[in-house]
Design a protein around this ligand. Structure first.
Ligand code: GS8
Length: 220
């Protein structure tokens, strides 16, 4: 079908969750294909030959790659319902800056907690608190990162916020004292069906991570 939307995804992926949330916010139905990342499908390799990573949105047979680019594409194509980016140019630029910050600072410090040595993990936790404080400040008294409406930056961050719940269990990571507004924001986001139904269960993510580490033979 000319307009058919297909998403190549992986259940535990925070980047895949961004695309799931964006499509749910727009009320778009799509075919969902879950990849085995240890044995990628020929379709994934064909659709994302450069990075060979999920998520990929295939729309009308054509691939769109990179989660933040996919969200912007979704917002442009299905522009009549639930805008995800603000209409004001300055606020759009700000939302893009925040998403870039999340893709780099928040993601990089989270990776240290997942994969680093005990020392790296402590460093990752300190950094993640610092970067979370930046988002806490940015949020201020607004309900969402972009203002009154749930949008681009919230979609980009909430799958990583879901990781914070996992970190709380196994890395003693807690932002409640430093970032109370962000914690309220997280609860507010989770109350949206589009978010709660799109995010993986933190316990399952943790179990998958343990299995993954076990396979790597990593004892950190
Ligand atoms: C990151 C996608 C990604 O890392 C985006 O879409 O925003 N910048 C990209 N995808 C991972 C799964 S989530 O950890 C992936 O597909 N990995 C497969 C591989 O690296 O071979």
């Amino acid at each position: 079908m000319e307009d058919e939307a297909v998403v190549l995804d992986y259940w535990a992926s925070p980047f895949g969750a961004r695309v799931r949330i964006a499509l749910a916010e727009k009320g778009i139905s799509y075919t969902h294909k879950f990849e085995n990342l240890a044995n990628k499908s020929p379709l994934l390799v064909e659709m994302n030959p450069v990075h060979q990573k999920i998520p990929v949105l295939i729309h009308g047979g054509k691939p769109i790659c990179e989660s933040d680019i996919i969200i912007q594409y979704i917002d442009e194509i299905w522009k009549n319902n639930s805008p995800l980016l603000p209409s004001d140019h300055y606020h759009r630029a700000k939302a893009r800056f925040l998403v870039d910050f999340i893709n780099t600072k928040i993601y990089d410090s989270s990776k240290k907690i997942w994969m680093g040595s005990a020392e790296d993990q402590e460093c990752g936790k300190m950094e993640l608190i610092e970067w979370s404080k930046v988002l806490e400040k940015e949020l201020g008294d607004k309900p969402y990162l972009g203002g009154e409406d749930f949008g681009f930056a919230d979609i980009a961050f909430v799958p990583f916020y879901n990781w914070f719940i996992v970190f709380k269990t196994f890395a003693n990571f807690n932002i409640e004292e430093d970032c109370p507004k962000l914690v309220d924001w997280g609860k507010r986001c989770m109350r949206r069906d589009t978010v709660s139904k799109s995010l993986p269960d933190p316990q399952q993510v943790y179990e998958a991570y343990l299995e993954f580490k076990d396979r790597l033979g990593n004892t950190n």
